[in-house]
Design a protein around this ligand. Structure first.
Ligand SMILES: Cc1ncc(COP(=O)(O)O)c(C=O)c1O
Length: 390
């Protein structure tokens, strides 16, 4: 499937950043990483200290990377709530985790089904690997995750493809900020299990923004209790979790009661890693090791402060949108809010003419609250109008 919004997010963000340095009126809502209110890249103090405390030698590791650090990271994320059999491999970012997953388990006879709007890179990644990609609009009339349409998509896909992967990005979805309710997840598990096709139908959850969600329920306990016969792939990003974007740290975790399948996937992922990039960088993972072992409480405090910063920006932006009756997708957590429009590319250009830089997505315009300073949000209060999105 072709990307209806075939623009590169990183290039748009680059243009906005360079114009911003020349013109104070430019509002930059493009960047999917956190900038503070002085417009400076947000680094965690504890991460910086962990970098300074690192060893100065970097011998080769293995294709799977330093797995004991993966264990530490997993313990930090799941807090012992998930005890099902699993295998993990350290990767080059969350992007690398998804790449490795597709390269290892999917072929050109397979399909990935994903709700839109979505993270733009999914189109490119699947096209590059020759895997069919099908999408559906994420929300039904009740503004819940549209499981009925997903079911229709799965039914159709099973007639034409060998393996079917349902890709979800939860919690703190990019670009809407939606977090699925516990009941929606239970219904999703039930739907997948109703097919009784554990070797053809799989779930993937891209959990790149999990650290930025307030836990209304335990995501990992939920998988533990409801996965049953299914196999699920979880991908994580150290870019977002630790503000270590350039260190390229990520992890792919496969959870399944089918132990033979787990072993097979583990062997394949190591083989693909070895024969493409050889092994992940150990630098970023050693930062994570030091951080989780020696700076844990302080890091968690910093993370909470960062979440509070995002929340305060979101609160103001939402009240502006609501005052002006500008409709936006249901937001719960995370870096982005998406305003609804049927003309994303035209609206994107119009906003640019008003010096407001955003990212167009399917049926919407994404505002990255992660990079919007308070000053910028106040400027938006003057500039935004419902007419701009029509
Ligand atoms: C939804 C989503 N998944 C995965 C990633 C991957 O991030 P990285 O490769 O930097 O870990 C991103 C980054 O923007 C994202 O937005």
């Amino acid at each position: 499937m072709n990307n209806p919004i075939n623009l590169d997010t990183l290039l748009i963000a680059d243009e906005a950043r360079s114009l911003q340095t020349q013109d104070d009126d430019v509002i930059n809502a493009t960047i999917g990483s956190i900038y503070d209110d002085q417009n400076q890249f947000h680094a965690f103090e504890t991460v910086t200290q962990s970098i300074q405390a690192l060893p100065h030698m970097y011998p080769y590791t293995k294709p799977e990377g330093l797995l004991h650090i993966g264990d530490l990271w997993w313990e930090h994320l799941s807090k012992g709530s998930l005890s099902l059999p699993k295998k993990h491999i350290l990767t080059l970012g969350g992007t690398g985790a998804l790449y490795l997953l597709y390269r290892s388990v999917a072929t050109s006879k397979d399909i990935v089904i994903n709700a839109v709007p979505t993270w733009n890179n999914n189109y490119q990644m699947l096209e590059h690997q020759g895997i069919t990609y099908d999408t559906f609009y994420m929300f039904n009339k009740e503004i819940q995750y549209d499981l009925n349409t997903l079911k229709e998509k799965i039914d159709h896909a099973l007639l034409h493809h060998e393996k079917v992967f349902v890709l979800v990005n939860d919690p703190s979805h990019n670009p809407s900020g939606y977090t699925m309710k516990k009941e929606e997840w239970i219904d999703l598990f039930r739907l997948i299990q109703s097919y009784q096709l554990h070797d053809r139908l799989f779930l993937i959850n891209d959990m790149a923004y999990v650290d930025y969600a307030d836990k209304n329920y335990d995501y990992f306990a939920l998988i533990n209790d409801h996965l049953k016969d299914s196999t699920m792939f979880l991908t994580f990003s150290g870019s977002k979790a630790f503000s270590l974007y350039g260190a390229r740290v990520g992890m792919l975790v496969t959870v399944s009661n089918h132990v033979e399948l787990l072993k097979e996937i583990d062997t394949k992922t190591r083989y693909i890693a070895r024969s493409t990039y050889s092994l992940p960088s150990s630098f970023g993972f050693q930062v994570i090791e030091h951080l989780l072992k020696h700076q844990y409480e302080l890091y968690m405090k910093e993370l909470d402060e960062t979440k509070a910063l995002l929340k305060s920006r979101v609160t103001v932006l939402r009240s502006i949108l609501e005052d002006k009756k500008i409709p936006y997708l249901p937001y719960e957590h995370g870096f982005f809010i998406t305003v609804k429009t049927n003309q994303p590319l035209t609206v994107f250009q119009t906003l640019k003419e008003h010096k407001i830089f955003t990212i167009p997505v399917e049926f919407g315009i994404r505002f990255a609250v992660s990079s919007l300073t308070n000053k910028d949000i106040n400027k938006l209060k003057e500039k935004l109008k419902l007419e701009l999105f029509m």
